[in-house]
Design a protein around this ligand. Structure first.
Ligand code: GLY
Length: 413
């Protein structure tokens, strides 16, 4: 009863907010108009960059999808095998959804088509990032049955990386001398594709793999303070945990900021897909960890790792904030703490819009600046990253959908 009353109050609160369109923030309409201008610029920059040396083709397939900027400020393009390749097609679909302009859908189709070969790439866990952001958004918006089949095929391929003894999908094949069966917290993001495949086919095996992965990750990746390890390595022959490490965080015991954001988004999505309150409670615990952390700056944009002893001069990670804001805009429709989450998501997205966007016409068309890919690896530090733009657009979309539906849309996806 208490939960129902709180959720009802959340709905009324969000409804009231809809009358007062971001009184203290940037208007969503202006943010979207600016994002469109940046993306037109990016489309022309992509054409220029295709022939340049900084394009990171994988040797077989051409580089076509923007990922970041090189140290010289050039656009870096990747081919479809890169984990970030699906985000730009996703941005184009989100712009179509946000504006209704078919020109964006036309561009989105072109870039999405380039992704199809990934449906058979079983060498990585990143299928969800690649296929769900591109074909998943495309199918949601256009219902093309060809896209649906590609999503199902991709889920089949991803499922081949599941080990029932471990109870997880294997994340990486690289660093085989270091890890036997590494599972990274990011991998939760790929489960959305599996939930969809069960909805599309009625075959519950995808759903069961997703639930097993989510439960095993909850058991082994999370510490008593509700922060997450980055990598857990398993023995594939017994399923037992061998070691817990980091790859992009400050140290094995630290709390890498984007990893916390992936977990929040992942368990919020798992609750939406399953209705299992275990996931909702876990998402609420992760949200509390992030939002109450003493190292979270007043502007709510985290440093690249929450465990830094001295944050002086350390880079922020706007991508972690964008993922967190988008997750909170969904969690606020599902949780009894919805009013609080909605307020924090608005603050976070306003902060990104106000102080972390590229200047108009700058950064070769990226929407946000100041993300950090891997401080530990010395790469992509304090730069634009395409996935920050994707989750920023999605957060704006979710926020606008709450306003349009006066908070009554329980599933604002
Ligand atoms: N999934 C890779 C990353 O977040 O850097």
């Amino acid at each position: 009863m208490r939960r129902r009353t709180c959720i009802l109050f959340s709905i009324i609160y969000i409804g009231i907010l809809s009358i007062n369109l971001q009184a203290n923030g940037q208007s969503i309409r202006k943010i979207i108009a600016d994002a469109e201008k940046q993306t037109w610029l990016m489309l022309s920059e992509i054409e220029k960059a295709k022939s340049s040396a900084v394009s990171r083709g994988d040797g077989k397939n051409p580089a076509f999808s923007p990922r970041s900027l090189s140290t010289g400020g050039n656009l870096t393009l990747v081919s479809s095998s890169d984990w970030t390749s699906g985000f730009f097609p996703g941005n184009l679909w989100l712009l179509y959804e946000l504006t209704g302009n078919e020109l964006w859908a036309d561009r989105a189709r072109l870039f999405t088509t380039e992704m199809e070969k990934e449906k058979l790439n079983a060498k990585t866990h990143d299928m969800g990032f690649k296929i769900w952001c591109s074909f998943g958004n495309g199918f949601r918006l256009k219902s093309d049955p060809v896209y649906r089949e590609i999503i199902i095929e991709s889920a089949r391929t991803l499922s081949t990386r599941f080990n029932p003894l471990v109870g997880c999908i294997r994340s990486w094949d690289h660093n085989a001398d270091k890890w036997k069966f590494p599972v990274i917290v990011d991998n939760l993001m790929n489960l959305e594709l599996l939930f969809a495949a069960t909805r599309f086919t009625g075959d519950s095996s995808f759903f069961r793999i997703a639930v097993s992965h989510a439960n095993t990750t909850l058991r082994n990746h999370y510490r008593p303070d509700n922060s997450s390890f980055h990598v857990v390595d398993y023995d594939p022959a017994t399923g037992s945990v061998i070691q817990k490490n980091t790859h992009q965080g400050l140290s094995d015991d630290s709390s890498w900021s984007r990893g916390q954001a992936w977990g929040l988004y992942g368990y919020t999505m798992c609750f939406r897909e399953t209705g299992d309150s275990l996931y909702l409670k876990h998402a609420e615990k992760i949200a509390a960890y992030i939002l109450n952390h003493p190292n979270l700056p007043d502007d709510l944009i985290p440093y690249w790792d929450f465990s830094l002893e001295n944050t002086e001069g350390e880079p922020r990670d706007a991508s972690a904030a964008a993922i967190t804001a988008s997750a909170l805009f969904e969690l606020c429709t599902l949780s009894e703490y919805g009013i609080y989450y909605h307020r924090m998501a608005e603050k976070m997205i306003n902060s990104l819009a106000k102080n972390y966007r590229s200047a108009p016409g700058a950064n070769r068309g990226f929407i946000l600046d100041h993300s950090t890919g891997s401080k530990r690896g010395g790469t992509e530090i304090d730069v634009p990253l395409i996935y920050a733009d994707y989750y920023f657009l999605e957060a704006n979309k979710r926020q606008r959908s709450l306003k349009n539906h006066k908070g009554l849309a329980k599933k604002n996806n």
